[in-house]
Ligand binder design. Sequence first.
Ligand SMILES: [Zn+2]
Length: 431
Amino acid sequence: MKKVRKPASKTDQKMMRKKDETIVFFRGIGSAMTLAAAAEKQGRRIEMTDLSPIENAAMIVKDGRIIACGPEKELAKKKALLKKAREVDLKGRTILPAFSECHTHLIFAGNRAGEFERRNQGESYQSIARSGGGILATVEPTRATKEKDLAKVGQRRADRFLRQGVTTIEAKSGYGLDVETEFKMLKAAGTVRGPRIVRTFLGAHAIPKDFASAEAYINHLIAEALPRLKGEGHACRVDIFVEDGYFNSAVSKKYLQAAKEMGFDLVVHADQLTRSGGAALAVELGARSADHLIQVNDHDVKALAKSDVTCVLLPSSDLYMNCAYPPARKMIEAGARVALATDFNPGSCPSQDLALVGVLARIQMKMSLAQVISAYTVGAAYALGFGRELGALTEGRKADFSVLDGDHQELFLEIGRMPISEVYREGERLV
Ligand SMILES: [Zn+2]
């Protein structure tokens, strides 16, 4: 297995700076898939040429940011700058921007293997939920697990993503459904080292048993949880499961509006099992992303395309749920920005495999390879609010990239394997 390296500590970083090693010259790059054009188009209407490859390339990184990426011959002329640089020879290999995983339920305890069997034997997700299964079945073990033990499993899962070329991971709460456990999950996520973690408060994931209605629980979240969340700073994003039997559109709107007024970024679990109005809400309130989007109609697609909301598609979850896939081609053709993610969670997607996501996107949703690569880099970066910081190898962006073991056409091809041999975050090697 690929080894995950310990990121440099703060003291090490200072030492490196003293030795004038903050400038790194990555040379000998056979091909740099920069995604410059995809980033220029903000991840919309992606074509093969938007991968913007540069052959015989090099990249200069200063203090973790790209200051130049271009043909090695040209960059080698910057003699004054390169005099102070540390050199890394990538020996003719291909590089591409690191991936972002923009929808995960990274922190939880226990598993729901039994439910998987029940679903396959014909029971519906909703019927399992009614008998105490589903999201609520993960709440109990998560409440009973200490923060440091949740942190340990979170780290293990984050490392598994990192080895696949992921340097930014979203981590949602949502299996506590009481303020203390929700915050415990977010704090556990905050201790994860290596990839950067973007934390999202998903207290509105399901209605806990001790509340009479969705509205009563939402009122409690608005009055108690959000102000504390703001004050304690465990997350700057708020998500909700807009779905019949969970939170309907009207209740969700009230909640999202309150969160927006408090300055949180918004994310929506939208139109997954039924067309319950999540996409429309995301557009109306200017959410970062609307996620799932299986049940959307042409009207919704048009509205999403016109908006700045990123459409986050989660085909592995659709496979596990044995349901339809979202109309990705329609979204792309209409001009919507699409991102892909695993939706890693104990119930509807216990898989962390990025290759599986990409293969399903290609086979089931007919996305082209370039569209899949852009969705996992530029698109996912936008979904996390890093549209101008990550996702492409262009001047000014963070130097998060992977070195491929082979050429880019081998990406999202073989389920269970990502052809990636090295992973860098802000110029520092992590794998
Ligand atoms: Zn989810």
